[in-house]
Design a protein around this ligand. Structure first.
Ligand code: ZN
Ligand code: FE
Length: 255
């Protein structure tokens, strides 16, 4: 059976570890730092056979060189030469087999232009979304336009509701603080904040989240909601879903 566990890195990154109980060969997603990965692999007598990369930022790629030197894994990632070490560049629609599961590549530009997500159907379906979709939030727009990011999130929202979302950062509490302002009459956000704070007190990750949950609590997936529109209208245009997304993203940047 495939299991997915977080390897915490830096102050709020998660490097997701995929393992099967039948083999010591494992996969990690977005190893920004090699040290915590190596430490875990050594301690559990595992070997690294595959790395998946979602985008070029150093907090997702910084451990690559050392891991390649040590384990020579297959490295799957965006078709971006700026990321050294990718031997299997992939783009929208490509399919790759990793840890016995077939993953589809989904282009999700916005946070960066090279950003991709890895989705595998199954029970449950899994999404490794990097910095595109967080619990109750989405990535900042460093390279792409709001229109691109809105389109990317719409593509992800079309995935099955039971999809488990493995995001790369523990940003949930700050995101929910914004969600309370952007979606002020939504009781699910209030409840999510209580659950989040309880998890953080116990030093537990708030991830993975699910697509069904995000559709209830993530203001960036709720731009068509009347309450979100009304809250957003104080900060900018809410004339269309895309305009509301643009307004929310700019509001959150200064929140
Ligand atoms: Zn990033
Ligand atoms: Fe990041």
């Amino acid at each position: 059976m495939l299991s997915v566990t977080p390897i915490p890195a830096f102050s709020d990154n998660y490097i997701w570890l995929l393992r099967q109980d039948t083999t010591p060969d494992v996969c990690v997603v977005d190893p920004g730092d090699a040290a915590p990965v190596i430490e875990l692999l050594e301690r559990e007598s595992l070997s690294l056979s595959t790395v998946m990369i979602t985008h070029h930022h150093p907090d997702h790629t910084g451990g690559l060189a050392e891991l390649i030197k040590r384990y020579s894994p297959r490295v799957i990632g965006p078709d971006n030469e700026a990321i050294g070490g990718i031997d299997t560049p992939v783009t929208e629609g490509d399919e790759i087999r990793v840890m016995g599961r077939l993953f589809e590549v989904i282009a999700v530009p916005g946070h960066t232009l090279d950003h991709i997500a890895f989705f595998t159907p199954g029970i449950p379906p899994l999404l490794f979304g990097g910095d595109a979709l967080f619990s109750a939030g989405c990535g900042r727009l460093f390279e792409g336009s709001p229109e691109q990011m809105h389109g990317s999130l719409q593509k992800l929202a079309a995935l099955p509701d039971d999809t488990l979302i493995f995001a790369a950062h523990e940003y949930t509490e700050a995101n929910l603080r914004f969600a309370l302002a952007a979606d002020p009459h939504n009781p699910d956000v209030v409840q999510a904040m209580q659950e989040c704070q309880r998890a953080r007190e116990l030093e537990r990750p708030t991830l993975p989240t699910s697509m069904a949950r995000e559709k209830r609590i993530n203001p960036f997936l709720r731009v068509a909601d009347a309450g979100v529109r009304q809250a957003g209208s104080v900060h900018g245009s809410v004339d269309s879903d895309e305009a509301t997304f643009t307004t929310l993203r700019a509001w959150k940047d200064n929140f």
